[in-house]
Design a protein around this ligand. Structure first.
Ligand code: SF4
Length: 464
């Protein structure tokens, strides 16, 4: 049911106000930013987004509680796990209960692949998928929510945070890992032309951003598939030929940009050219996020991941040799159907040998219409929980070891916030760092000598 909404100007002189929540990956965060900016362009007031990579968006986000006169809540959903889907529904229900006069829109991957269920969820007024989410301003205008157009915005920029911006350069996936719904939700690979990307990065630099993170659903496939946006991608219409290194090189050279970072990249798409670039150009962050998922060949094959544990470790070895000080992060999935204790031990073994600096651990979640959903040997919730706790504990050990290895080094920290005299930010190799600010401000890049380490990060002093 659509509630009665008197927004727009509504006779009050105020602009209609929207609050966004994002669940899931960086690509989703980028899509949220695009929707936010489209609404801003249409004259809306839009609050800073709330994001949780684990899919656990907070229903009591500060934007939602401090601004009772919200007219529209937009939940950009994730479909990677059943839990992420259920979080979106819970969030919609909770928002509608607390703001009965506001519209609640459920958009993104979950509503793309399960539109009927999403539309029927309590509290949801309307749904948009991944293909039609751009129609949000027109759709809400049709429901009595309209405002005067505002100034033009950069598609993916987060106006409230001018340190690091995600720039989506690729969308879609054709890998069809047997557990994953994303290819159904996002469709085939598409690449954004380099000129279009460079134009956005230049505009972000002018806005004050120091670092950009190139994101995509299947980032290593940039340069292949169809193109979107202005211009043509070099490999448009082709299905192979990763050219990501070319793009990274050109982005790094954008005048005024301090850093470029890559988001997740599949192991078999990491070329020597890319590694040499990361290792040799200080503007390219020494950080790779390379999903492992499992260390068992049997499980990897059933997952349709396209590599073996040995091949994965060979990539890690090449990367570590090419990039001294590399921060290597990964995703690990536990409890895939048929995962036996020895498969799980193999995963622990690969995780130890790869010496990751940080892990994201997921419990397998049965997704309808995927190949794995019907596989025999579904693992019990208790076993998944126990295994995930063991990998998380190992991850904390490895993180501590990585951070300890940085003690005594001088690292550049991009400051994200300063509070009570303490500055906090990220190093290029993805360590969270704190230090006495001594006049440093958000967006400064400050050389810091590392003094202490914990599993969560490092602390140090400004280096002379
Ligand atoms: S590579 Fe696999 S896990 Fe990643 S989006 Fe594609 S199908 Fe899903």
């Amino acid at each position: 049911m659509t509630p009665d909404v008197t927004a727009g100007d509504g006779g009050t002189g105020r602009r209609p106000r929207a609050v966004f929540y994002t669940l899931g990956c960086k690509a989703n965060l980028y899509d949220t930013a695009c929707m936010m900016n489209r609404l801003r362009d249409a004259g809306w007031e839009v609050a800073t987004p709330t994001h949780d990579r684990s899919g656990a968006a907070r229903a009591r986000g500060k934007a939602g509680t401090r601004k009772p006169s919200v007219d529209l809540f937009v939940i950009n959903s994730c479909a990677v796990t059943a839990r992420a889907e259920s979080k979106s529904r819970q969030l919609a229900r909770s928002l509608k209960r607390r703001h009965p006069g506001a519209l609640v829109a459920l958009v993104g991957c979950y509503s793309e692949i399960n539109r009927e269920q999403a539309a029927q969820a309590a509290g949801v007024d309307f749904v948009l998928g991944t293909a039609d989410r751009e129609a949000l301003p027109e759709l809400v205008a049709g429901r009595g929510l309209a405002a005067s157009p505002g100034e033009e915005r950069i598609p993916g920029a987060f106006a409230a945070e001018r340190t690091r911006a995600a720039v989506k350069v690729q969308d879609g996936c054709e890998q069809f890992c047997s557990y994953c719904v994303i290819p159904y939700a996002r469709g085939p690979c598409r690449s954004r032309p380099a000129e279009d990307v460079l134009d956005e990065v230049s505009r972000l630099v002018k806005e004050g951003f120091r670092e950009v993170v190139l994101t995509g659903i299947h980032l290593g496939r940039w340069g292949s598939g169809a193109s979107w946006g202005a211009g043509k991608v070099p490999g448009a219409g082709e299905t192979s030929g990763p050219r990501l290194a070319d793009l990274v090189r050109r982005v790094a050279a954008v005048p005024g940009l301090a850093r470029v970072r890559l988001s997740s990249i599949e192991p078999m798409e990491i070329t020597d050219e890319l590694l040499d670039l990361i290792g040799g150009d200080p503007r390219v962050c020494r950080h790779l996020h390379v999903p492992l998922q499992s260390g068992s060949d049997r499980v990897l094959e059933r997952m349709n991941r396209g590599y073996t544990a040995v091949e994965y470790l060979a990539v890690v070895d090449r990367a570590n040799r090419a990039i001294p000080g590399l921060g290597l992060t990964t995703d690990v999935m536990v409890g895939f159907p048929g995962e036996e204790e020895d498969d799980f031990e193999a995963t622990l073994d690969v995780v130890r040998r790869a010496r990751f600096s940080r892990l994201h651990v997921f419990r397998y979640s049965r997704r309808p219409n995927t190949a794995a959903a019907d596989m025999p040997g579904q693992v019990s919730a208790g076993t998944k929980k126990a295994r995930s706790e063991r990998v998380i504990a190992l991850g904390r050990e490895l993180a501590l070891r990585f951070h300890q290895g940085l003690i005594g080094r001088k690292l550049e920290v991009l400051v994200e916030k300063v509070s009570a005299g303490r500055a906090e930010g990220l190093t290029d190799n993805y360590a969270r760092a704190v230090f006495a600010a001594k006049g440093s401000c958000p967006n400064d890049i400050v050389p810091v000598r590392v003094v202490r380490a914990t599993a969560s990060g490092i602390s140090g002093e400004i280096a002379g």
